[in-house]
Design a protein around this ligand. Structure first.
Ligand code: SAH
Length: 215
């Protein structure tokens, strides 16, 4: 029998083996129970390093990719962070341990509602979930120190680049298709935008407008 503590320890060791070395990120992931963000039948698989369905045709991302993106974002306690693509709320919960304030937007109202309830039940009081097309960012709360997209755009959306503070960092998957995408880190400097490629990833697409299949 593997105890819950052993499962969690194995999970963190796996993250380390995937290149996540930032102690604060590892701690935040250890403190965030991924099974709580999954439906019953998927809970037993919560600590496997795979994406899993969360309803509305969407997925919770693979833990190693969540870790790499979070690490690349270099979040500190002073940061106000915007996430686009709340999904289950798992990534937002991790960010809430690292940041001062987290705003997260989701175009599926049902997912947004569920994530909001989960995060409230977990006392993640510095997170606000907003049902909204996040392509245009969140002008009323901008500028942001950090912006994270968890859905793939063809290019970094201009409104989001505008809402990033000077010195700010944005991490996002970009790609022309569902199969070939690159994880991009964008740093806003006084001289302009600095781009770094962090490897291949596979995310659901960033879609414009609210999803129409829910009330
Ligand atoms: N971060 C999530 C997983 C992301 S899945 C988690 O931790 O569970 C990507 C999510 O982005 C999906 O839920 C999808 O509905 C959402 N999405 C896609 N386009 C969007 C947009 N324009 N605005 C807001 N959310 C969007």
């Amino acid at each position: 029998m593997t105890t819950e503590a052993e499962t969690r320890m194995g999970f963190v060791l796996g993250l380390r083996a995937s290149g996540i070395t930032d102690q604060a990120v590892l701690k935040a992931m250890e403190l965030t129970p991924r099974e709580d963000f999954l439906d019953g039948i998927f809970k037993p698989r919560a600590y496997e390093d795979v994406p899993l369905p969360i309803g509305s045709g969407q997925t919770i991302s693979q833990p190693s990719v969540v870790g790499l993106m979070t690490q690349a974002l270099q979040v500190t306690k002073r940061c106000k962070v915007l996430e686009v693509g709340t999904g289950s709320g798992y990534q937002a919960a991790i960010l809430s341990h690292l940041a001062r304030r987290v705003y997260t937007t989701e175009r599926h109202r049902g997912l947004a509602r569920r994530a909001d309830a989960l995060l409230a039940a977990m006392d993640r009081t510095n997170v606000t979930v907003i049902a909204r097309d996040g392509t245009f960012g969140l002008p009323e709360q901008s500028p942001f120190d950090r912006i994270l997209l968890t859905a793939a755009a063809e290019d970094p959306p201009a409104p989001l680049l505008d809402q990033l503070k000077p010195g700010g960092i944005m991490v996002l998957p970009v790609g022309q298709s569902d199969t070939v995408q690159t994880l991009l880190k964008v740093i806003k400097t006084d001289q302009g935008l600095d781009y770094q490629s962090l490897g291949d990833v596979r995310f659901v697409p960033l879609l414009e407008g609210m999803a129409g299949d829910e009330a």
